[in-house]
Design a protein around this ligand. Structure first.
Ligand code: PXG
Length: 467
């Protein structure tokens, strides 16, 4: 009886792993290697803690995958989904119809985004949101009679998703190498990574920020300003390793976009909904975008939803002169997803989570991260709001990196797994983005786990003669 009602509880870890290996192709995964090793099976979660099929409790310092901002198990979101599923589980928004949750969410997003945003186009994910950006930006210039403006400039080591357009906008060489990407008329400049690119040249953060922005102007002139449609960037690169640009960077980028009249797109899929201590990363980093992509935190990951906030400069042209925009997804404005997003945003407002990150937990995390600077393995440790990165180095004083084949980041990540902490490794950069509901006490708990894992990694590095 129980097996029929709860078939998911009927298997042990090995049985789950065997079935997983037999049928499930995981994203961004070496299928063969994982099948040999076996997946870790996560079975439940509450607040900021996960539990796996072996019963181990794990502090989730990555918010699922940068998304569970309000923490796991929130009744408000669950109830909103249940009620909407009962009332109207699906209807589309294609043929001159709409559903109340989608309308209400559009209205609420206009309220919580910067004032230039009054309209939204919904998608099912961040990747689809960025596909929408490419089509919308090019359509905008077409309607204005400048169809030659097609080129979108992005950055190396950016992540904008995994669809053809998303992966093309992204600057991940490993993704471009598979499938003939990028698609035409997408080009990249170098990223504003001070620690890796500015510091070795002896540049201050401020000087390097201006230099990195000047690469945009150089690229615009190289392509020809009359051919450039838009520039896209994450306020802080997330998947690329929490690359926090110098304060001078985004204002200078904004000035360059203004000078040439090109559209500025802020990919807020990770930085949006409070992650940096403001509702939007562009508010923290200082730009005024024409378009903003969002996903993840809009529903705290409880259900898939994404979209593009469309600034009035673009919206006005598309609405007044554009005619039919031949683009959309079955799940654009999915009522259940929108109902969950409404409950999620209201919860963020009611619990003042954005203010909490800005004034309380963000500064506290920054203070704690500063103490990591003393660790022999740490080249630098930095945060913005509730995002943080720790660069592991071989020689602390000179910032000399480890040989990449040693995979010291993976060694550290292994210790995190073993000690009940989820912290990601991007090369030798260890990164965190915990749920916005994390308390000071929980930050202390996370920091002591991080220190323990750094110590264990240091001991390994010494034992293996790496340092
Ligand atoms: N833009 C940004 C900035 C993202 O971080 C996407 C777009 C695509 O969103 P979807 O919903 O289509 O996945 C993302 C997604 C990682 C990692 O390794 C990051 C993401 C996805 C998967 C892995 O940090 N971000």
């Amino acid at each position: 009886m129980n097996a029929v009602l709860h078939p998911r509880q009927a298997r042990d870890t090995q049985a789950w792993q065997a079935a997983d290996a037999a049928h499930f192709l995981h994203p961004f995964t070496d299928f063969h290697a994982l099948a040999k090793k076996g997946s870790r099976i996560i079975t439940q979660a509450d607040n900021i803690y996960l539990r796996d099929s072996e019963g181990q409790r794990i502090l989730d310092a990555m918010s699922g995958l940068w998304c569970v901002n309000v923490g796991y198990g929130r009744a408000e979101l669950i109830d909103a989904a249940t009620a909407q599923l009962k009332q109207l589980p699906f209807y589309n928004a294609f043929f001159q119809t709409a559903t109340p949750p989608a309308i209400e969410l559009a209205e609420l997003l206009a309220e919580v985004t910067p004032p230039q945003f009054q309209h939204v186009f919904f998608s099912g994910s961040g990747s689809e949101g960025n596909d929408t950006v490419v089509r919308m930006v090019r359509r905008y210039w077409d309607v204005l009679g400048q169809p030659e403006r097609k080129v979108i400039i992005s950055r190396n080591n950016a992540y904008h998703g995994s669809t053809m357009a998303g992966a093309s906008l992204g600057g991940m060489s490993g993704m471009h190498a598979q499938g003939g990407l990028p698609i035409p008329d997408i080009t990249h400049i170098e990223q504003p990574h001070w620690y890796e690119l500015g510091r070795p040249q002896g540049l201050s953060r401020a000087e390097f920020g201006r230099l990195a922005a000047s690469w945009l102007e150089k690229k615009i002139l190289e392509v020809g300003p009359e051919r450039v449609a838009a520039f896209i960037g994450e306020p802080i690169q997330g998947a690329g390793g929490v690359i926090i640009p110098p304060e001078t960077y985004w204002p200078a980028v904004q000035a360059i976009c203004d000078k040439y009249g090109i559209l500025l797109v802020s990919d807020e899929v990770i930085c949006g909904f409070g992650r940096t201590g403001n509702w939007w990363g562009c508010e923290t980093l200082g730009s005024k975008p024409d378009l903003m992509t969002f996903a993840k935190g809009v529903t705290s990951g409880y259900i898939p939803l994404g979209g593009v906030m469309v600034g009035e400069r673009v919206a006005k042209v598309l609405i007044e002169q554009g005619g039919e925009f031949n683009h959309g997804y079955t799940y654009s404005g999915h009522p259940v997803a929108c109902a969950v997003a409404l409950a999620n945003i209201r919860l963020i407002q009611r619990e003042r989570l954005v203010e909490k990150v800005r004034t309380e937990t963000g500064p506290y995390l920054a203070q704690q991260f500063a103490t990591l600077d003393e660790h022999p393995l740490v080249g630098n440790a930095e945060t913005c709001g509730l995002m943080g990165a720790i660069t592991l180095v071989k020689e602390k004083d000179r910032g000399t990196p480890f040989a990449s084949e040693l995979e010291v980041g993976m060694v550290c990540r292994g210790h995190c797994f073993g000690n009940g902490l989820i912290m990601r490794a991007v090369g030798d950069r260890m990164i965190i983005a915990p749920p916005l509901v994390i308390t000071r006490e929980q930050i202390d708990e996370m920091m002591s786990l991080i220190r323990r894992c750094l110590d264990l990694t240091w001991a390994d590095a010494q034992a293996r003669g790496w340092v």
